[in-house]
Design a protein around this ligand. Structure first.
Ligand SMILES: NC(=O)c1ccc[n+]([C@@H]2O[C@H](COP(=O)([O-])OP(=O)(O)OC[C@H]3O[C@@H](n4cnc5c(N)ncnc54)[C@H](O)[C@@H]3O)[C@@H](O)[C@H]2O)c1
Length: 344
């Protein structure tokens, strides 16, 4: 384990493991946790995460989750484990479904088994598992509630294996909770966006912001009328420790996200407007963007009643601020609008 942290700081109250802590959401979570005084260890293989995302106050294990748990972390104890490491997003999954299934299901199983005895004196550590709104598959009963039925396409269409792999993760966490008393919480994240997110793996908002900053056409897949709800990552990560600290949240699944829908075409126009870009908006058929027969969902909006009544959580950061902050994080400080300076 390499430690870049200050070992002279006072003893921290909590020992916390974050898998995927060099990734987009993980790095924001680590910043929050070290900020409240936790002793944080990050494990990440940097497959999509970035070294520059690492917080210097956290210890870092550069390894695959499985190797880390049987190697450098085998004898470590943790009070809390946040499991974010995964192959994320439809594009990566369509490109390499085998790896996505093996990582998403296999590593979650490893983490949950490890957590059973990872606490002090071989007690269970609390675990938060990041699942996805993709678990709802192509259900149409928007807004989606945690106990709704889920509906997937055929197994011959690899697009659905991301949602299915996350659903298996949820089954695993809930089974460990029921059968072994593991204190586990599942969060189903809807579209999470914010500074530090990159467009390389098909994430829609940084892809749009990149195109807008470069004055290229913004490519909207399909007819652009499909709607999504975008929530700033700095709001999203606030919910994680609050849920783990709430005894009634254990053994339950929570939607986390915004419940304000926007069509993807309007999102593109909002990016253009917010960044005062000269970009046009171009529609690209799904078959060209992904693969022939690709199925997308029309609408995906969470019912947030459960998390609101449990911990009173709600999102606060407005979309235009998120767009400006993404632009700033992509190095857009010198655009005509000076977007970095106008972020609040
Ligand atoms: N970003 C979103 O909108 C969104 C939506 C729903 C769910 N999620 C979930 O949130 C979590 C974090 O997603 P993100 O957007 O930050 O993605 P990300 O790709 O930035 O983060 C994933 C991290 O996990 C690491 N990783 C992957 N496989 C690993 C392995 N085998 N061992 C060690 N590290 C590994 C990657 O290097 C990366 O740092 C994921 O579980 C994802 O499914 C994200």
């Amino acid at each position: 384990m390499t430690s870049t942290g200050d070992r002279h700081s006072p003893p921290a109250s909590r020992r916390v493991l974050v898998t995927g802590g060099a990734g987009f959401i993980g790095s924001h979570l680590v910043r929050l946790l070290v900020g409240r005084g936790d002793a944080v260890t990050v494990v990440d293989d940097l497959s999509t995460g970035r070294r520059e995302n690492l917080d210097s106050r956290a210890s870092f294990v550069h390894a695959d989750v499985r190797d880390a748990l049987v190697g450098p972390l085998a004898n470590e104890t943790f009070d809390q484990i946040y499991h974010l490491a995964a192959v994320v997003g439809v594009k990566l999954v369509v490109d390499d479904p085998l790896n996505a299934i093996e990582v998403n299901v296999g590593r979650t199983s490893d983490v949950l088994r490890f957590a059973l005895t990872a606490g002090p004196n071989a007690t269970p550590a609390k675990v938060l598992l990041t699942s996805s709104s993709e678990v709802y598959g192509k259900g149409t009963a928007s807004p989606f509630s945690e106990d709704d039925n889920v509906v997937y396409g055929p197994t011959t269409v690899s697009r659905w294996c991301y949602g299915c792999s996350k659903a298996i993760d949820e089954y695993l966490a809930l089974a460990y909770h029921r059968q072994h008393g593991l204190p586990a919480v599942v969060v189903r994240l809807f579209n999470t966006v914010g500074p530090g997110q990159v467009g390389d793996y098909g994430m829609v908002l940084p892809r749009f912001v990149n195109a807008a900053l470069e004055g290229r056409p913004i490519e909207v897949y399909g007819d652009g009328a499909q709607t999504r709800c975008f929530c700033d990552v700095r709001d999203v990560v606030q919910a994680f420790p609050a849920l783990l600290d709430h005894p009634e949240a254990l053994g339950r699944v929570f939607n986390v996200g915004s419940d304000q829908p926007i069509s993807i075409r309007d999102l593109a126009m909002t990016v253009v407007r917010t960044l005062a870009s000269a970009s046009s908006v171009r529609l690209v058929p799904y078959a060209d963007a992904y693969a022939p027969g690709f199925e997308d969902l029309r609408d995906r909006r969470p019912d947030l009643g459960r998390i609101r009544s449990a911990i009173g959580w709600q999102s606060r950061v407005p979309l235009d601020r998120t767009i400006r902050d993404i632009a700033a994080s992509l190095g857009a400080a010198q655009t005509p609008q000076g977007v970095a300076g106008g972020s609040r």
